[in-house]
Write a protein that binds this ligand. Sequence first.
Ligand SMILES: [Fe+2]
Length: 293
Amino acid sequence: MSFTVNALSPAGAAEIVGLDCAKPLDADTLAALQRAMLDYPVVAIRDQNLTPRQQAAFSRQLGPLEAQDRKTYCHPEDPDILILSNEIRPDGSAVGIVDAGDFWHSDSSHLAEPCRATVLYAVQNPKTGGDTEFCNMYQVYDALPDDLRRRIEGRDGIHHISKARNPRVTISKARTDAAAYYKERERTTRDMRQPMVRTHPETGRQALYVSPRFTIGIADMPDAEAQPLLDALFGIMLEPRFHYRHKWRDGDLVIWDNRCLNHQACGGYSLPDIRRMHRTTIRGDKPFYRPAA
Ligand SMILES: [Fe+2]
C-alpha cells in the first residue's frame, strides 16, 4: 500500500491520503508511516471508516497500547478505546469524557512513562467548533533565548494530574464528576518529576517538556522563582508561529507525538451539536534529557 504525505503547516503537521487503516499494514507501509510520524509530529490520515476494534487493531501496530484508567468511558466493543464526547444519556450520565484536554498539555506527562502517541478518530464532528490545536515543542525549544535555556537545562518540572492544584487551569462546569475525581487523584497520586528539556529518543532532537495543564512547579526551586520562569516559557509557547490548528474532517484519524508537542481541545460547540471522538494511546517510555554532544 502506498500513500501520499502532504505538509499542512510549518509547525510540523501533515495529512496522509491513500491509506486504509481498517486493514493490516504491510511492513513497508508501517515503516513509511512511522517515518512520516517522526518527520511530522501531527499526521491526519484522511477518509477512514473504523469500528472501535479496527481502530484498536490499527493502533497496536504502532506499539503496545496503554490501558485506559477511566473505565467508565471505555468503549463496550473494545476497552482500549476511550470515548471523548459531550453526549449525555437520558439518566444524566456522560457517555464519554466531556471537555477533555481543554488546556495545553502533553498527554499523561504526570505519569512516569507518559504515552508516546495519541490516536484520535473523529466519529462525529460538531457543525461548529471542535478544533484541536498543536504546539511544536521542538520549535519552541529552538526559539528559547539563551538565558532561559540555561535556567532550565538539567532541571525537572513537577507534573500533577489534579486541576485543583493548578491555578493556571479551571475545571469545566460540564464535567459533573471532575471535582470528585481530581480530589481523589490528589490524595492518591504523587508529584511526578519530568525533565524540562526532553530528548526525543528517536530523532535525538531536544523539545521543551512542560505544559500549563500539568506542570505546577520546578523541582528544587522556590515558587517565587519557578512560577515566573514557567510563565515566561508558557508565554513563548503561546506564540502562534509554533501552532497548527486542526479542523477535523469526517473520517480523520489524527496521530500525534506527545514527546515533542503540546495540544489542546479548542471547544466552541454545545449540545445538541455532538462531538464524539474515539481515542487510543500508544505506550511510551521514561522521558530523559541527554545534553547535545
Ligand atoms: Fe490530550
